[in-house]
Design a protein around this ligand. Structure first.
Ligand code: ZN
Length: 136
């Protein structure tokens, strides 16, 4: 497996518009758009920073994973995503090494990337996402 870069950092927020004020007005990072990912019950705002991105995640459903995360831990960093060159191969390799996966097969996340989550019990507490992108 070849880990290429930090693809993005996922940050759970109550209200995208409110949080965007901080990132855009105070930090001067320009949002490059928002997208709703129905499967994950989130609305995502993309904030490119150098070669990586911050992704602000607002839940669209009280039963969604981001709503549940905020209910138990509050707003803040929810996951870190690493870009890999071949996600199927990376998942097979992790499985072979006995690492527990939340997603055995990749699914489609924001921006059309193929993504899969690794279980935080095997990453010392970090919800790790693997992402494979067509371009970039
Ligand atoms: Zn993510």
């Amino acid at each position: 497996m070849k880990v290429q870069r930090v693809d993005h950092i996922g940050i759970a927020v109550n209200n995208l518009a409110e949080t965007l004020l901080f990132y855009e007005e105070i930090l001067g990072i320009k949002c490059q758009g928002t997208e709703e990912v129905a499967e994950q019950k989130v609305k995502v705002a993309f904030l490119p920073v150098g070669d990586s991105e911050l992704e602000l995640l607002e839940s669209t459903d009280p039963e969604g994973p981001i709503a549940k995360f905020i209910a138990s831990r509050g707003q803040g960093i929810q996951h870190i995503a690493l870009q890999v060159d071949n996600i199927e191969a990376a998942l097979a390799e992790l499985k072979e090494k006995g690492i527990r996966l939340i997603d055995e097969k990749p699914r489609y996340g924001a921006g059309g990337a193929k993504i899969a989550f690794v279980h935080p019990k095997d990453t010392d507490g970090v919800l790790l996402e693997l992402a494979e992108r067509q371009t970039k």
